[in-house]
Design a protein around this ligand. Structure first.
Ligand code: CP
Ligand code: NVA
Length: 305
């Protein structure tokens, strides 16, 4: 059977996505489920950008499933001295059963997947963050009770996390509304593809520059940092541009009374979200972080099956 990679939520069918979320719920309910699934197997985890949650949750997930995680920074590999991604993927496939990478361009992941004979996992790229998207969907399904028809308002930068929410929401019939400042909208290609997917599932996908349009009647309010990794030099300028796109009490007042608040973390209190909102009683950010472990265990089990 052909190997499967996990590079974008757009690559999964709606049924596959739901099955993964069901498996993640099972992993959460029974922490020993999948305990031997990676016995005798190794997973290489490469980080070309910093990470707290992804790195630790994957390392713990692999170990708890009986596998051996090999965690490396990008600059520890020969990649930094000019070895190609293609050669790297070909060689790592000789030793490992899964290769997972956090990097800059999505094209690097595509190239790696093309040259590797084992599954390749996207641990975050400038374009998308599908592992985060999986945990987000599991969190919403548990907190709200379903995904179909659930209105999610994402405020802030039309970035990698927004893209994965758009794909994941569209695949599961959600009503995803993205509100960004002008010039910071998500990729037009992701918008078009998500709208096409939403048309098939009964979901909706809209993009606006008006916060109230996206937040009114929302079941979920979501935000992420204004300056992602790699955009640090723009951080100062972005503070002014994003000022009116903060997840604060005003945004919360527009949403449904029982709306939940989400953030992929790390958070900058006082910038994209106020301390009162992220630390308030609507916030599910710690469940969201915890679900990274369960969804990734389900993902690894699926990839090596
Ligand atoms: N949300 C997330 O991916 O966090 P890390 O950057 O800490 O891995
Ligand atoms: N958009 C953020 C997500 C961090 C998990 C970044 O890329 O830095």
């Amino acid at each position: 059977m052909a190997k499967r990679d996990f590079l974008s939520l757009a690559d999964l069918s709606s049924d596959e996505l739901t099955a993964l979320l069901d498996a993640a719920d099972n992993m959460k309910a029974k922490p020993t489920a999948g305990a031997k699934k990676l016995a005798g197997r190794s997973v290489v985890l490469i980080f070309e950008k910093p990470s707290t949650r992804t790195r630790v949750s994957f390392e713990v997930a692999v170990t708890s499933m009986g596998g051996h995680p090999v965690v490396l920074r990008g600059d520890e590999l020969q990649l930094g001295r000019g070895e190609t991604i293609a050669d790297t993927g070909r060689v790592l496939s000789l030793y490992a059963d899964v290769i997972a990478v956090r990097t800059f361009g999505q094209d690097r992941l595509d190239e790696l997947a093309g040259s590797s004979s084992v599954p390749v996992v996207n641990l975050l790229s400038d374009f998308s963050h599908p592992c985060q998207g999986l945990a987000d969907l599991q969190t919403i399904r548990a907190a709200v009770g379903s995904l179909e028809g659930v209105a999610l308002c994402y405020l802030g930068d039309g970035n990698n996390v927004a893209h994965s929410l758009m794909f994941g929401g569209a695949k599961t019939g959600m009503d995803v509304r993205i509100a960004t400042p002008r010039g910071y909208e998500p990729s037009p290609d992701v918008v078009a593809r998500s709208q096409q997917m939403a048309a098939e599932t009964g979901g909706k996908l809209s993009v606006t520059n008006v916060v109230a349009e996206a937040a009114s009647g929302a079941d979920v309010l979501y935000t992420d940092v204004w300056a992602s990794m790699g955009k640090e030099s723009e951080a100062e300028e972005r503070l002014a541009v994003f000022e009116h796109y903060r997840l604060n009490d005003d945004a919360l007042a527009l949403a449904n009374d029982d709306a939940i608040v989400m953030h992929c973390l790390p958070a900058h209190r006082g910038e994209e979200i106020t301390a009162g909102v992220i630390d308030g009683d609507r916030s599910v950010v710690w469940d969201q972080a915890a679900n990274r472990l369960h969804t990734q265990k389900a993902l690894l089990a699926w990839l090596v099956d």
